[in-house]
Design a protein around this ligand. Structure first.
Ligand code: MG
Length: 346
C-alpha cells in the first residue's frame, strides 16, 4: 500500500466552529491487488495542519510488514490500533480494491444479506447565514436547486436563531429543517428552547449540549418535542453504544473518517437501525475520494436514507478527481467496480 499526501487550495473559505480554513491537506492511500486498484482517504480535522511526510511515515508504520493480499490484512491493521482516520484510508483502499477484484462496486461488495445499494442518495443544503434575510435567501436558492432538507447552523443567541429559523421556514414551507447547535446550548434551557422551535416543524437538532454527558442528553431528549441527534458525542462505537443504551438519541451523525472507515460505519448503521435510530452520513471536507466513500456507505442505509451532509466539494478550487455531482438534490452512487473514483497525478 502506498500513501500520497495532498494539499489543495479552497475556492471558498471553510468557516466552522474551530476557525477558518483556506486549504485542505490529507493523505490518499492506494493499493493494487492483482491489478485491481483501490483508493482511500485520510482527512484530519480541518484545523489540524498536516506535515505530509510525517503522516506518510505514520501510515507506513501501520502497514509495515503486512501483506495486503492476506485475507486478514485488516484484522492485522486493527491489532495495531491505528488512528481512526488513517484506518479509514487503509480500509477504504483495501476494501475497494477487493471489491474491484470481484467486479463489484464498493457498496455492492459491502452489502450484507438482503441489502442492496440505493441508486441515488439525497444531499442536504447548508444554511450558515447569520442574518435572517440572507438565511431565507439561501434557503430559497437551495430548495430551487432541488434540496429537500436544510441544515441550519445555530448559535447560543436564542432570540436571533428563532428569528432566522422563522424566516427560513417562511422561505421553505415544505422543507425538512434540521438544526445544528454544535454543543452551544446549556442543558438547563435546551429543552425549553426546542419547545420554542417546535412550531417550525424541526426534524432534529444536532448536539444541542456539550458532548460527554449522556445522561444530560437523554434528559433533554425526554423533555424535547424535537428529535435529538448526536454528532460530537458519536465519536466511536463505544460512545455510540452508550448513547443508544441511554435512549439519548433519535439520530446519529456518522463521519466515516472519525469512525475509521466504511466497514465500521456500516456496522454502526446496522446497530442503530436495529434500535430504530437512523444515521445521517456526513463528510469532513474531503476530496472526491472521501465523498465517494461516504456516498457508498449512505447507499446501504435503509430507505428512506436521511439526507446526507455531502455538499462540501464546492469549497475546493481543485480536487484529486471530479467529485460526484449533485443533481436535483441527489448524488448517483457509482456502480462500476471498486470505489468509482480514480485520482489524477498520483
Ligand atoms: Mg454537527
Amino acid at each position: 500500500m502506498e500513501f500520497f499526501p495532498y494539499s489543495l487550495p479552497l475556492r471558498v473559505p471553510y468557516r466552522w466552529a474551530k476557525g477558518e480554513q483556506l486549504e485542505r491537506s490529507g493523505l490518499l492511500a492506494r493499493v493494487d491487488l492483482d491489478g485491481a486498484v483501490g483508493w482511500g482517504e485520510m482527512a484530519p480535522p480541518p484545523h489540524e495542519t498536516v506535515d505530509g511526510a510525517a503522516r506518510v511515515a505514520e501510515a507506513n508504520a501501520v502497514v509495515d510488514g503486512l501483506d495486503s493480499r492476506d485475507e486478514s490484512f485488516l484484522a492485522h491493521i486493527d491489532a495495531r490500533s491505528p488512528y481512526a482516520r488513517i484506518r479509514c484510508a487503509i480500509a477504504t483502499a483495501w476494501l475497494s480494491a477487493r471489491a474491484a477484484r470481484e467486479g463489484k462496486s464498493l457498496s455492492a461488495f459491502l452489502a450484507l444479506g438482503s441489502e442492496a445499494p440505493a441508486e441515488l442518495v439525497p444531499v442536504n443544503g447548508l444554511v450558515t447565514d447569520g442574518d435572517a434575510q440572507a438565511a431565507a435567501d439561501t434557503a430559497r436558492r437551495l430548495i430551487g436547486e432541488g434540496h429537500r432538507t436544510l441544515k441550519i447552523k445555530c448559535s447560543a443567541d436564542r432570540k436571533e436563531d428563532l428569528i432566522r429559523v422563522a424566516a427560513i421556514r417562511d422561505a421553505a414551507p415544505d422543507a425538512t429543517l434540521r438544526l445544528d447547535a454544535n454543543e452551544a446550548w446549556h442543558p438547563d434551557w435546551a429543552a425549553a428552547h426546542l419547545t420554542d422551535f417546535a412550531g417550525f416543524g424541526i426534524d432534529y437538532v444536532e448536539q444541542p449540549i456539550p458532548a460527554g454527558d449522556t445522561a444530560a442528553l437523554a434528559a433533554v431528549r425526554k423533555a424535547s418535542p424535537v428529535g435529538i441527534a448526536a454528532d460530537e458525542a458519536a465519536l466511536d462505537e463505544a460512545a455510540i453504544r452508550e448513547l443508544l443504551a441511554a435512549n439519548a438519541v433519535d439520530a446519529l451523525i456518522l463521519k466515516p473518517q472519525r469512525l475509521g472507515g466504511p466497514d465500521r460505519s456500516l456496522s454502526i448503521i446496522r446497530l442503530a437501525a436495529s434500535q430504530g435510530v437512523r444515521c445521517t452520513i456526513t463528510n469532513s471536507l474531503e476530496t472526491a475520494v472521501g465523498v465517494t466513500t461516504a456516498l457508498h456507505i449512505a447507499s446501504l442505509h435503509g430507505q428512506p436514507i436521511p439526507d446526507c451532509g455531502f455538499g462540501t466539494s464546492r469549497f475546493f478550487a481543485e480536487d484529486v478527481a471530479p467529485p460526484p455531482a449533485i443533481v436535483d438534490g441527489h448524488m448517483t452512487v457509482p456502480t462500476v467496480p471498486g470505489l468509482g473514483v480514480a485520482p489524477q497525478n498520483f
